[in-house]
Design a protein. Sequence first.
Length: 511
Amino acid sequence: MDPSLTEPLMTMNDHPPGETSTEVGQPTNAAAEETSTSTMTSKAIAVKNEEEDEEDVGDADAEADEMASAMARRLATLPGKPHESEPFTIFRVAGPMRERNRHLYEPQMVSIGPFHRGSSPRLAAMEAHKWRYLRDLLARNPAAPLSAYARAARAMEPAARRRYAEPVAQLSETAFAEMLLLLDGCFLVEFFLKGEEGADDALVDAAWVMQNVYNDLFLLENQLPFFIVERFYAVATGGTGRPITELLVKYLTVDMGASQNAAGASATNRAAPPPDDGEVHHLLHLYYHWFLPPVDQKEESSTMKDEDEAFEEWMAKPMDERVPWLLPSASEMKDAGVKLRPKKSPRSLVDVTFDPRSGALEIPAVESFTNHAIFANLLAYEQSRGRWELQRLVSYVLLMASVADAPRDVEVMQRAGVFVKAGGEETAAFYAQLGELCPPPEFVNNCYADLARSVKEYCGRSWNRHRAVLVHDYFSNPWTSMSAAAAVLLLVLTVVQTVYTVLPYYNPSSG
């Protein structure tokens, strides 16, 4: 064979043809080494992956530990103890209700506390007056320098901060103590002292300014913890002044719609009653307990239940008892024979009673409706206290909204003496607007449940029901009344004529 023909073959295989069968039949040493190297590489990769997984787990654990440490530091800054209820007493008004009625809950002249500080340019002017009032207060007692107030403010700062339901972390301890507790607290004390003394002052003398400042001081979102005011008052007077609750009586007796009888003839001669737990939370809280009477022991014990028990009792009631405020209107009750009367010597504006024997519904007389904002904030405060607590003011508003449902009802109540100075449409609108600020009636622990049931039972009696139909159908206006009277007269004349016609037939001798 020509060697030239075999050269390419030798070149391609790079070894003699005779060795080809050996390569196909069994592996060479190089192939075995390559397989062994591949196996060792796979094991190394597996070991490396395990090490990397362990490193990843270690990194994740380290990150978790770091996260836990950060959260632990945050937990350590929380006030109070585990399972301890926060002593919130100053709240913002609930969102939807607040957004529809911002003018009722936001201060117009003076900001007190952190919620509205710097929120509006119209409040800036009063900040300068606060500094002037601080200077005037310091001049009252030379033995109490500014440092005495500052130390008291710093000591009370942690407890005061915990009274606000919304965090005030944007204010440092120093800023909170100085700008809020010290400046606002001293302003309140000096404002009340100037008002008590009748001192010459632009805020006290100008009626419109006084009214606006007064309204701002009783807004739920515009409060300071009352122990701040008490402490600064004690420092200013050297502990020798009369109780501050007596000083505040003149501000608590400002008309909120109640007549002089409802407010109490001797109101200015008595101190504000202490709340049930003995602690006044803030000015609005004091106003609430002044404005509403304390419940008696029997009533109080019946309402001191946990929320689960109260909810179960509420769910067990029939629907008509869950919504007890749905009283008939004043005109409907009048038609059914209910006698509306102004209550004599009521304990408060909400002291409404009904006598099922005489059918007399007695309501404290109401004169005016000038403090819509304070009424609205008292309602908001009452709803912030607890879901199943007895809601006396909410109950009253719902009751009055159903009784004074229309101008005609207002006229009935005005003739009865319940409304002393009232316009029909304005009064009905007043209670309707307040009713919109209340929760749904089925979620109200209503203090008039028994009264409403008695009134509806009285109106539902057979004679009273027929009487109401008769009055509504035949005596609702002068024309139907005249028609009914004419018909009755015609009936009487017809009977008389019939008697005189038939009488001679049965008694001929009389003819």
